[in-house]
Design a binder for this molecule. Structure first.
Ligand SMILES: Cc1ncc(COP(=O)(O)O)c(C=O)c1O
Length: 482
């Protein structure tokens, strides 16, 4: 229904606290009134002075909105005259208004990639803000922000003197190659390392470069859903491999998969370590150039009970293994840096693809991180977090066994930042998770990480991000829910 002049200001609702400025809000609300036909073609709007008075905003705000809508073809505005609406209902002068409304009502046809992605249930949703005992996080409160800020500042100040360098900064590649060789047993030269915004970016890049729709990909079941989603989206047939005491199992000789994704150092989510015998089995059966192994060492920095087992990548003599890492767990999740060690024969193609997709991390951050590592701050932080997370793991295990031992069977991981507690009775971990969330404790249902029909029911509980007092409070809440 058309709107009377007096009603125009009544229909405008500007929110001063809104992040969008007043002028932008006014522009979009007037545009919506015209598009809906409520301000009809030929209709004169109030003068900018009048509308500014009615709305209690500055005249500049209204003038901006009128000029913007005139530029878009909705109004004709000339100096000293009230602006006039120039389009009818959903029509805009160039027809784009109608086109936009057709797009809104038509069912969009997405690419096969996006359509497949929409069928996966990843990324999983969590409620904001972070609550105990959400898995997957280290404690951002313990991160040495002052030291990091100094590295960032120095990196920014030096930027003017730096040459426009390679997208994967040499200093960081070298620092990482040294760290990975000495701490994780990874055998790689610096130029095999791509610096990316996340481990997830590494998986998407691998899928983009290697997967042809229909290719067979093996993943762990239960496993990390971000990996299955990345490979499924590129059209792979993803098969989940069950786990036994030695880790991921192999399918007896069938079609060789194109790719095998695994978390051998600390299986996600169970925390199991893949045995040396199983690692060798996978390597022996993966024909160079035919089957690629992707080793995701997402939280391999944290080990508590014994020395860490070296990466599987270091056992491979034929360049078949990609090694993926992230700083999300070792530093903070919002640092947004991960890396990919690429087999030598594929480096050139991966670098081209990295540039093409634009998976490039800021060189300021890369240089700052190179300094943070070279000056020993990274290792010092890891050492401190290892002690802290170790104590937190023990505190959680102890509390769960003491207060919830009748309902939960805890699997104590030798490392990492989370653990699995299986339900001893009752079958629905999803119902338990719902009850716990309502009571203020966030966990993840083990069954939600299954690829095929879930056989395991349990809770994935994070311990690294929470102080012992917070863990104790969460355990008390949990005990009241079961
Ligand atoms: C097994 C595994 N790989 C990769 C990632 C993703 O790391 P990023 O945040 O760097 O994408 C996660 C995050 O939870 C993970 O659990």
């Amino acid at each position: 229904m058309p709107v009377s002049e007096a009603m125009i200001s009544a229909l405008i609702d500007l929110k001063r606290a809104d992040d969008t400025g007043l002028a932008a809000q006014l522009t979009s609300q007037l545009r919506a009134l015209i598009a809906a036909g409520r301000l009809a073609k030929g209709r004169a709007l109030p003068s900018s002075r009048q509308l500014a008075d009615d709305l209690g905003v500055s005249r500049n705000t209204v003038t901006y909105a009128f000029e913007q809508l005139a530029a878009e073809g909705y109004l004709e505005a000339s100096h000293g005259r009230r602006p006039v609406v120039t389009v009818d209902g959903n029509e805009r002068a160039d027809g784009a208004g109608a086109a936009a409304s057709r797009v809104r009502s038509a069912k969009p046809r997405f690419s096969p990639w996006a359509s497949r992605l929409k069928q996966t249930d990843w990324p999983m949703s969590y409620q904001a803000p972070l609550k105990p005992l959400r898995p997957g996080h280290g404690d951002a409160r313990e991160f040495p922000n002052e030291i990091w800020a100094r590295c960032l500042r120095r990196s920014a100040v030096r930027a003017a003197r730096r040459e426009l360098g390679p997208v994967n900064r040499t200093r960081l590649r070298e620092a990482l190659a040294h760290y990975l060789a000495t701490s994780r047993g990874v055998r790689a030269t610096a130029d095999q390392i791509l610096i990316l915004p996340s481990a997830q970016a590494a998986l998407t890049l691998i899928a983009a470069v290697l997967i042809t729709p229909g290719d067979e990909v093996w993943v762990e079941d239960p496993g990390y859903p971000g990996a299955a989603a990345a490979f499924r989206a590129s059209g792979a047939r993803v098969t989940g491999m069950r786990l036994d005491e030695q880790g991921m199992q192999r399918m007896p000789e069938t079609v060789a998969p194109k790719l095998i994704f695994m978390t051998p150092s600390h299986q996600h989510p169970t925390g199991r370590l893949m045995s040396l015998a199983r690692r060798n089995e996978f390597l022996r059966s993966s024909r160079p150039g035919k089957t690629w192994i992707v080793e995701d060492d997402y939280d391999g920095e944290f080990h508590y009970d014994s020395r860490p087992v070296p990466a599987l990548q270091g056992l491979d003599a034929h360049g078949r293994v990609f090694y993926v890492g992230t700083f999300s767990k070792a530093m903070t999740s919002d640092i947004r840096l991960g890396y990919l060690v690429v087999p030598p024969a594929l480096v050139g193609t991966f670098e081209i693809a990295q540039r093409h997709i634009g998976l490039i991390a800021s060189s300021h951050i890369q240089e700052a991180l190179a300094e943070f590592i070279a000056d020993g701050h990274f290792l010092a932080h890891l050492r401190r977090m290892r002690r802290l997370y170790h104590a937190r793991r023990d505190h959680l295990v102890d509390g769960l066994e003491r207060h919830l031992g009748e309902v939960l069977a805890v699997e104590v991981p030798s490392g990492g930042i989370q653990l699995v507690a299986r339900l001893k009775r009752g079958r629905s971990d999803q119902a338990a998770v719902k009850r716990l969330v309502e009571a203020g404790v966030e966990t993840r249902a083990l069954s939600s990480l299954a690829l095929a029909k879930p056989r395991d029911h349990g809770l994935l509980l994070g311990f690294a991000a929470w102080r012992e007092s917070e863990i104790s409070a969460a355990i008390r809440t949990m005990a009241s829910c079961f």
